[in-house]
Design a protein around this ligand. Structure first.
Ligand code: PTJ
Length: 226
């Protein structure tokens, strides 16, 4: 399921996890509330799954999708039909009823994406208004935002292109971020849309990313002093 390059991506993530102290920073918790509100308020929320996300949090992604009524779509950078099928099979084994984006189902092309991540399912990411993209860096987040969608990114690197252009970036490890999103979504599920809107409108991704970097610096300063 995981591309060989996924192992390098994993190591890149681990390096950042060490400098954030392998814990959920306050900035990530703030972003999680905005992300849960966005998912719950969305008309067509979609969770995009790549090899790393499936291997690390496949089970939790299926739970989250059911709580926020999101579709699940496989979308790979290193696309092969074999990997798509393996990932879809894993997600189905965790209870997903439908997994979009496999093979010829990914028949719509999003403009501005240079990789095969541009190919999406017209019934999934193609028509989504909110897309959750865990664990990736690249040009897709910007292209999806240009296509009128709100992107929620989960990325340990607050400086990545994806982190910088998403509507909401959760700077945390997916293995902590998805369970936290599940907890928040469960608590916020019954809130009226006006209340959800407040969580969204009060959130500023640029400011929150600056807070995340500040919290990393504080953590490292504390570490050097001890
Ligand atoms: O399965 P595929 O074919 O779609 O390929 C997926 C990978 C991950 C190989 C592909 O998207 C890729 O090469 O990603 P990058 O460009 O290495 O970016 C991965 C991003 O995820 C980096 O910014 C890492 O910091 C971040 N990251 C890595 N591990 C984690 C993570 N973020 C959150 N949690 C992690 N566990």
């Amino acid at each position: 399921m995981v591309a060989p390059q996924g192992l390098i991506a994993h190591g890149r993530g681990e390096a950042f996890d060490y400098v954030i102290g392998e814990r959920t920073m306050p900035a990530a918790s703030v972003a999680t509330l905005a992300a849960a509100a966005l998912l719950l308020k969305a008309e067509w929320p979609v969770i995009s799954v790549n090899g790393n996300a499936a291997a690390l949090t496949g089970k939790e992604i299926v739970s989250l999708a059911s709580i926020v009524s999101a579709s699940i779509e496989v979308n790979l950078f290193h696309r092969t039909l074999e990997r798509e099928k393996l990932i879809a099979r894993l997600l189905k084994s965790f209870g997903a009823k439908e997994v979009l984006g496999v093979g010829s189902a990914a028949s719509r092309t999003i403009r501005g994406i240079s990789s095969s991540r541009a190919n999406v399912d017209p019934n999934g990411i193609g028509k989504a208004d909110v897309v959750l993209i865990p664990l990736e860096d690249g040009d897709r987040a910007q292209a999806l935002e240009h296509d009128g969608k709100s992107v929620i990114a989960i990325d340990l690197n607050p400086l990545s292109r994806t982190s910088q252009v998403a509507s909401v970036t959760i700077v945390d490890n997916v293995v902590r971020a998805i369970p936290a999103l599940i907890r928040s979504s469960r608590k916020m599920k019954e809130l009226p849309k006006s209340q959800l809107e407040k969580y969204i409108s009060r959130f500023n991704n640029e400011r929150n990313l600056a807070n995340a970097v500040e919290q990393i610096v504080q953590y490292l300063q504390g570490w050097m002093e001890n």
